[in-house]
Write a protein that binds this ligand. Structure first.
Ligand code: PXG
Length: 283
């Protein structure tokens, strides 16, 4: 495996970042997780825009243009001979001192890793996920905004650990108001009376690229979509529920906190949207 670090490729064993990098010392950096299908990166430009917006919010100067980052991404796929894969893009603030001073970090580092996919097992798509609500609350947007895909994922990791302890592979996170935000690494949707509902950005979520794609394709399919604040009740009372993410695509959820959702089986609208999503990835 060849890993791109700020303009050069290194073997996996030699792909290293300094322990003085603020990405390592403080989680001071940002990332993206992307999928390639048949050699083409899905929604690449959208991922770039989100990365650049995260960088702007954190005042990290990405040392290249969007076009250069896109070429470096394709170069990394090519050198590793990956057609259908997962790409992790990381930008750190770079080497500084042991102090917090960001202005001492002069050279942000760019890492691109292209790997084969580690997906949820196929049976989860057939039977649906059973998830629980974490007591770890999603970061309040007045703190580090959840819209920033930063290297500080501790809240989500703690939530995911809670899920794991309960025997679940994903976990629901609420915001500080007690409303539904999203899952630890996926956005959430419900289907109620033929309509699609998902929490709005203001609920404190990452604006998922898969989420946006689902909103678009639902529009094309004539399915009404509303971005509305939701509580757990809206999930308990829904007909269907599913999660979205670059790795997961769309995955059905059939149980939340022990309550079956709808008839306790993956929903028909969920599966229709998943089929349509697959078409989109093959375009
Ligand atoms: N919410 C959060 C908090 C995320 O981290 C998504 C939603 C989905 O966004 P996209 O743009 O992919 O539709 C993410 C995705 C993992 C993993 O292993 C997930 C993410 C990052 C790293 C790992 O599940 N982000």
């Amino acid at each position: 495996m060849q890993i791109y670090i700020t303009g050069k490729f290194f073997d996996k064993e030699n792909a290293k970042i300094s322990v003085f990098d603020h990405g390592f010392l403080f989680g001071d950096g940002i990332f993206e997780g992307m999928r390639s299908y048949n050699g083409k990166v899905f929604r690449l430009r959208e991922h770039m825009i989100r990365l650049w917006n995260s960088a702007k919010a954190l005042m990290i100067d990405i040392p290249m243009t969007i076009e250069e980052m896109e070429s470096a991404t394709y170069e990394t796929l090519k050198i590793n001979n990956i057609q259908d894969g997962y790409i992790r893009l990381i930008v750190t603030r770079g080497i500084g001192t042991l102090g917090l001073d960001a202005h001492l970090c002069k050279e942000p580092q760019v890492v691109i890793i292209a790997d084969h996919l580690a997906l949820y097992p196929k049976e989860f798509y057939e039977t649906g996920l059973d998830i629980v609500t974490a007591s770890t609350v999603r970061t309040n947007p007045a703190m580090v905004s959840p819209q920033i895909k930063s290297l500080n994922y501790l809240n989500n990791i703690l939530a995911k650990i809670e899920g794991h302890l309960a025997g679940c592979v994903e976990v629901l996170m609420l915001n500080t108001k007690g409303e539904v935000a999203e899952c630890s690494g996926d956005n959430i949707f419900v289907v109620s009376n033929g309509k699609l509902h998902t929490p709005p950005t203001e609920a404190g979520i990452l604006e998922g690229i898969t989420r946006q794609t689902v909103i678009e394709i639902a529009g094309e399919m004539g399915i009404p979509v509303r971005e509305v604040p939701m509580t757990r009740y809206d999930i308990f009372a829904a007909d269907e529920c599913f999660l979205t993410g670059s790795a997961a695509e769309l995955i059905p959820v059939v149980k939340l906190d022990g309550r079956p959702i709808g008839n306790g089986k993956p929903g028909t609208m969920t599966m229709k949207l998943l089929d349509r999503f697959h078409e989109e990835t093959r375009k």
